[in-house]
Design a protein around this ligand. Sequence first.
Ligand code: SF4
Length: 362
Amino acid sequence: MNNIQLSDFRRRLRRWFHHNRRDLPWRRSSDPYTVWVSEVMLQQTQVNTVVPYFERFVEKYPDVRTLASAELQDILKSWEKMGYYARARNLHAAARVLANNGLNNVPPDLDAFRELPGVGDYIAAAVFSIARDHPVAVVDGNVKRVLSRLFLIDLPISTSAANREFKGAATRLLDRRRAGDFNQAMMELGATLCRPKRPLCDRCPVSPHCEAFPVGRQAELPVRARRRAVPKYHVAIGIISKDRRILITQRQPTGHLGGLWEFPGGKVRPGESPQDACAREIEEEVNLCVEVTDYLIHIEHAYSHFKIGVDVYACTYTAGDVKLQGPADYRWILLDEIDEYPFPGANHKFLDLVKQRLRDAR
Ligand code: SF4
């Protein structure tokens, strides 16, 4: 695009965004902390899902100091079922770094912000441009889709060559005097009109500048690398009852689902029955002998890189004292206490059934 075309592109986009921006709760404030929380949540989660989580979160943790002084378990509870819990752990860790340095908001310096746990190029650019109009381009999945179609960029989308291309194109397009609105407008365009399937090109404000539209190549772009097959694991877990209490264990604080609570169990080995796997895993993990008494339910759950099929069993404690091999902590809890603990989404697929069965057994 030459300078005249660039000016026209920005003017069209600006005008469209002014009239069509969605009224989202994080857009009602330019507080950098609030923008930061919203961008962290939006990184892996759909807007409609994020809205209630965001509203509850900023009400409970309105600033960096409040977040820093909270217990991680309470924060994970606020994040429960939204997934990608490393985001919450990193946000909490970053808030603690800031609070320890006497700050109650995003630091004034972008490089200092970029050093915090969980703050990558995307979060840093989004927060600094949206909250402070810092002239830096934001490139997320929506923006990549728009750019790939605008400029017929057909490099596989997640390669470093493509990322350089997208960053360069976004930086050339950026309206440096209104970086926050420009970046939000590009993301909004990708989310609402330049959609992955059936983009609404007839309503697109920048269609006169789009290279894919006149040649009908929108559906081909962006180019995605072929996905690897996702492995699936068979898992058996046990709800162990002892004296009207049940055993829950806490995962190690880092890694997949770090810090969340669950029921003991693990992968079924080839040739092993799920009942035997349940008893064996419990003995290995928490050093208890149990009798596997009832089959409760089978659930399926998909994570980003693997899937699990889970057989859930009711178990009765028979012998042993808890000694942990793997989990970070454990509790024998009453049924009424279960909602105080954050559990992974897979567990929520059978928690209601477990509660009902335990109530019936009282
Ligand atoms: S014209 Fe269509 S493909 Fe091109 S940017 Fe607009 S919505 Fe996307």
